[in-house]
Design a protein around this ligand. Structure first.
Ligand code: AMP
Length: 521
């Protein structure tokens, strides 16, 4: 069997790792660094730059430099996630005929799956150069709160990049694997994962090498980018009131502000005050204008306290759903770059009544955990080390009368899992029953993510209420949904025709792969 790599495809940074005989290790990128900016740039010369190369020229080419793809992947153009991200992007977005979001980079329009695939191609190349042999299989991580569309779209991105995904695992769960290996901890561990675009809190029970996820909660619209945005908004408002010029109206200035804000935020995790200095950022009749200001840690904390505090009720929720209290948590692991902020550490410490563990590297632990899981699947001995029992983070159900949502599999059920529900007809000789499958926690169908419509077709003629069709809803170990149906009276497999409401069809994925292959020749 060839080597299997573990990939953390992050909102802002990505990381790739493998399981060596000495344990999980990060594979450096082609520039020798542990993490790679999740950025892709299409240059005027037709080149595609990825990672640091893309990041370095983002200023010169803001409209063709793609970042934060993870906020878009698997989402509809009209979704709150996309609409919230839109004003912060320096590139364009548009709507696909099926409502999915598309990326516009100059005159090129691509799907988020294709954009992510460029990052994955680069990570694959890093691994191939490290091992000196082709790599075609991976374990890939996603935020615990990714729904079926987002998971499928991530898998499609990998497939376009020439990688078979052996398993999709949740990021916080991966981090706990990295922490747990060799430490043999027993007890409840909380993983507080604050990344660039999402927040997740996961509670796990670790016992004798079995990692059992108890509950997970989170927010797909809360991440480090929101902190950057608060700084950008302040700098922009101050500049407008001082000089009467709006820096946000120009993508080049917006990119400069974005970089400066993120840098200031990082600095303030280690220093009490930092300077933002952007010379010649604008000009008017009176001459050039410079942005020069100091930001203190206290300023940043005041501007963003509510963002940190938004994570607290989610922790309460996860505790409640697992039937635990904060004092039962033995260890708190911090994952994701935003968890480096001192205010975050303080609030988390106060919540649990103990200091979080700072031994694990928040940037690398997710990829290292994915590498452990890849070793388990590779069958290289790691099989005996860990057993992972994850949960589904979203309830799965169907639309019923009057647009209500009926849950069939509740959130936080251990996966893989399956549940069967019986359906019948309401009219005599009815040949077809339509089922609308949704994922989410809202009580109304409309409040949840529509996964697909299923038509049960070819039902035999019978009086209303006589046919019985058992529909089985399954969530596999990747957290992905499958549906099958059986006509109970005849014992026949019932035909299910699927109308997925999002994403690329298998044929579209194949077409993209073919197109990329042709380009490469
Ligand atoms: P991740 O998705 O885990 O790569 O997290 C990236 C997020 O962490 C970005 O929003 C970064 O700006 C943020 N981040 C990285 N380092 C720091 C730091 N030292 N202090 C605060 N935030 C940071």
């Amino acid at each position: 069997m060839s080597r299997v790599i573990g990939i953390d495809l992050g909102t802002t940074f990505s990381c790739v790792a493998h399981l060596s005989p000495e344990g999980p290790k990060v594979i450096p990128n082609l520039e020798g660094m542990a993490t790679t900016p999740s950025m892709v740039c299409f240059t005027s010369a037709g080149e595609i730059l990825v990672g640091n190369l893309a990041a370095r020229q983002a200023l010169a080419n803001p409209e063709k430099t793609i970042f934060a793809i993870k906020r878009l992947i698997g989402n509809k153009y009209s979704s709150p996630a996309v609409q919230e991200a839109r004003p912060r992007l320096t590139y364009g977005l548009s709507e696909a005929p099926n409502g999915d979001v598309l990326i516009r980079a100059g005159d090129r329009t691509i799907t988020p799956q294709e954009a992510s695939s460029h990052i994955l191609v680069y990570l694959k190349r890093c691994a191939e150069s490290f091992f000196g042999e082709p790599v075609t299989e991976c374990v890939i991580t996603v935020p615990a709160h990714f729904d079926d569309h987002q998971r499928q779209a991530t898998k499609d991105a990998a497939r376009i990049a020439g990688l078979d995904v052996l398993r999709v695992i949740n990021e916080p769960t991966a981090a706990s694997l990295a922490y747990g290996l060799n430490r043999n901890p027993d007890g409840v561990v909380a993983v507080y994962d604050f990344g660039g675009g999402t927040f997740d809190i996961t509670l796990l029970e670790i016992s004798g090498g079995v990692f059992h996820v108890l509950a997970t909660a989170g927010d797909n619209f809360l991440g480090g980018d929101d902190f950057d945005q608060r700084i950008i908004d302040r700098l922009r408002a101050d500049f407008l009131s001082k000089h009467g010029i709006d820096l946000g109206s120009n993508p080049y200035n917006l990119q400069r502000l974005k970089e400066a804000a993120e840098r200031a935020k990082r600095d303030l995790s280690f220093t009490a005050i930092t300077e933002v200095n952007l010379p010649f950022i604008a000009a008017d009749a009176s001459g050039s204008k410079h942005l020069q200001t100091a930001i203190t840690r206290a300023n940043l904390e005041e501007w963003t306290r509510d963002l940190v505090e938004r994570t607290l009720p989610l922790m309460d929720k996860a505790l409640h759903e697992s039937g635990l209290t904060a004092n039962k948590v033995a260890e708190i692991l911090l994952v994701g770059g935003q968890s480096r902020m001192p205010l975050v550490r303080k609030k988390v410490g106060e919540f649990f009544g103990k200091d979080p563990n700072t031994q694990i590297n928040p940037d690398e632990s997710v990829a290292l955990g994915a590498a452990i899981q890849s070793g388990v699947l590779e069958g290289n001995g790691a099989k005996d080390i860990v057993l992972l029992l994850d949960v589904t983070s979203l309830s799965l159900g169907i639309e019923t009368e009057n647009g209500e949502f009926e849950k069939i599999i509740d959130k936080n059920t251990t996966i893989p899992c399956r549940k069967t529900k019986s359906f019948t007809t309401v009219d005599d000789n009815q040949r077809r029953v339509r089922i609308h499958v949704l994922q989410g926690e809202g009580s109304r169908a409309l409040e949840n993510t529509s996964l697909a419509m299923f038509d049960l077709v070819g039902i035999m003629d019978a009086a209303a209420g006589v046919p019985r069709i058992d529909v089985t809803f399954e969530i596999d170990a990747d957290g992905m949904v499958r549906v099958s149906a059986r006509d109970v009276l005849s014992g026949r497999e019932q035909k299910v025709s699927v109308h997925p409401s999002s994403g690329l069809s298998p044929q579209q994925v194949e077409n993209i792969i073919e197109r990329e292959k042709k380009k490469a020749h």
